[in-house]
Design a protein around this ligand. Structure first.
Ligand code: AP5
Length: 205
């Protein structure tokens, strides 16, 4: 099975994707995590991407499409978290999959309003092992490592990311609805409730 998780920044895509990928044995591909790792390692991709990410803008389509072309698994099913984010990226993904004789079966749209996004991202912390925390705190409850705030979780950057989402990514909802692939899930319940709802709709679709 191949799946896409859509939703605004802070909708819970990363949190849910890790759980769903574990449950359904899918490869979790987070473009945000790939880019942050490239930035941390100072790779050419990271050097190109950093300025866009720090100001809450999207990294150019051609860079992102090449990145996805390199990492999409040949055999295993995948769960895309953070890609596609523009209509161009969606068209490119479709072409890539068509050429490989594959399709995306499910597109899950996590619905969360802007005020919830701001509240969640303002207090999000994570640790260097990649655990995402739902509440503030200086040490990770899962592994004890020190926690930090993402550089793009500053208030002005959160606002910019939200407006980029509404302008450039939200049109994908209609794009996938036209293909009869979209299921919307209310992302404002607690983590376990949202997870149960997603596995239910994917199982029933
Ligand atoms: P990316 O890392 O993809 O950021 P994003 O889409 O803005 O999403 P976030 O990671 O902020 O949030 P999330 O939905 O994963 O929520 P999370 O689970 O962490 O991208 C970063 C940047 O990279 C982009 O701005 C762009 O520059 C670039 N980029 C990436 N992909 C790109 C692409 N395809 N094209 C161009 N550029 C690209 O949860 C958030 C918080 O809420 C956490 O604290 C969590 O614990 C908490 N939480 C989660 N679920 C719940 C719940 N149900 N109840 C209460 N709290 C919850």
């Amino acid at each position: 099975m191949n799946m896409i998780l859509l939703g605004p920044p802070g909708a819970g895509k990363g949190t849910q994707a890790a759980m769903i990928a574990g449950e359904l044995e899918l490869m979790h591909i987070s473009t945000g995590d790939l880019l942050r790792s490239a930035v941390k390692n100072g790779t050419p991709l990271g050097l190109q991407a950093k300025a866009y990410m720090d100001r809450g803008a999207l990294v150019p389509d051609e860079i992102m499409i090449e990145l996805i072309r390199e990492v999409l698994p040949k055999e295993k099913g995948f769960l895309l978290d953070g890609f596609p984010r523009t209509l161009n990226q969606a068209d490119a993904l479709e072409e890539m999959l068509r050429n490989a004789g594959k399709i995306v079966e499910h597109v899950v749209n996590l619905e969360v309003d802007d005020s919830t996004v701001v509240a969640r991202l303002s207090q999000r912390r994570q640790c260097k092992s990649g655990h995402i925390l739902t509440a503030s705190g200086n040490s990770c409850p899962e592994c004890g490592a020190e926690t930090f705030q993402r550089s793009d979780d500053r208030p002005e950057t959160i606002q910019k990311r939200l407006s980029v989402y509404h302008e450039q990514t939200a049109p994908l909802i209609a794009y996938y609805r036209r293909q009869n692939k979209l299921v919307s899930v209310n992302g404002s319940g607690d983590v376990q409730q949202v997870f149960s709802k997603i596995t239910e709709v994917v199982g029933n679709a």
